[in-house]
Design a protein around this ligand. Structure first.
Ligand SMILES: Cc1cc2nc3c(=O)[nH]c(=O)nc-3n(C[C@H](O)[C@H](O)[C@H](O)COP(=O)(O)O)c2cc1C
Length: 231
């Protein structure tokens, strides 16, 4: 089975947030979509059980979602997508407003936002599919929508293991060429940061041994050569 075919599924990039008893968190998620339109529209969001956001959604049953714009840079994505609200304050130094449902809405780098409540939960193993009823919408900007394709190919961002779309390269034994002279991309196994030899102008193996990931500061040994997309 060729799992690189899954790279051809299209996604947007969203911030999914919730709060409970003055605790707040939000995570980046690609797996948000509208599933019905009649009466009141319904959406789904697929959230990893390990995420703090999952814990808060399960308790509050309320979820606010921001649709991100192409202005979002890697530092901004890293705050919501590679750090946990258990150990960092995700509302510090970002623009946000409090929604009608009392849950913060991230407005920075957002095009619009949705206030929702959970009406069903489907257990899919590592993740829960939260079925959401749309209760309020907010227009924020007219910037271009950030797609996952743009995030991956232009911003050069990766995904952590908790992402619904993460693919374990070692487990699935993708064809990865070894010892060639062409420019490759290396992915941080901790935070998903991509080191692109072509963009950087320096081969990964020529970086000093004490070089660390610019995003999560893990050592060079935690990088792996990226999957070659053969499609
Ligand atoms: C591009 C990208 C896409 C992601 N997609 C998802 C997703 O669809 N579902 C999910 O649960 N986590 C996803 N994640 C991972 C969470 O954003 C990440 O685990 C976050 O640090 C969790 O924060 P929390 O513990 O405060 O909830 C994604 C991360 C990135 C960078």
């Amino acid at each position: 089975m060729d799992l690189t075919t899954l790279f051809k599924i299209s996604y947007g990039v969203y911030i999914v947030g919730s709060s409970w008893n003055d605790n707040y968190s939000a995570c980046i998620a690609t797996t948000v979509m509208q599933v019905t339109s009649e009466d009141v529209p319904k959406l789904i969001a697929v959230i990893n059980k390990q995420n703090y956001t999952h814990e808060l959604i399960s308790k509050s049953k309320r979820v606010n979602i921001s649709v991100l714009s192409q202005n979002s840079n890697l530092d901004f994505i890293a705050k919501f997508g590679f750090q946990s609200g258990r150990t960092s304050n995700k509302l510090s130094s970002v623009l946000y407003e409090i929604g009608n449902n009392n849950i913060p809405i991230i407005t920075e780098n957002a095009i619009c936002a949705y206030e929702t409540s959970v009406i069903n939960e489907i257990d899919v193993g590592t993740h829960t599919i939260f079925v959401l009823l749309l209760e309020n919408t907010k227009k924020i900007s007219y910037d271009n929508v950030l797609t996952y394709d743009y995030y991956h190919n232009v911003i050069k961002g990766g995904v952590p293991k908790t992402a619904a779309t993460y693919i374990n390269q070692e487990k699935h034994k993708f064809n990865v060429s070894k010892g060639d002279d062409k420019m490759n991309r290396y992915r941080c196994k901790i935070c998903g940061y991509i080191y692109d030899e072509e963009k950087e102008g320096v081969k990964f193996e020529d970086l000093p041994d004490d070089w660390v990931c610019p995003l999560c500061k893990t050592p060079k040994t935690n990088f792996e050569k990226e999957i070659e997309n053969e499609l």
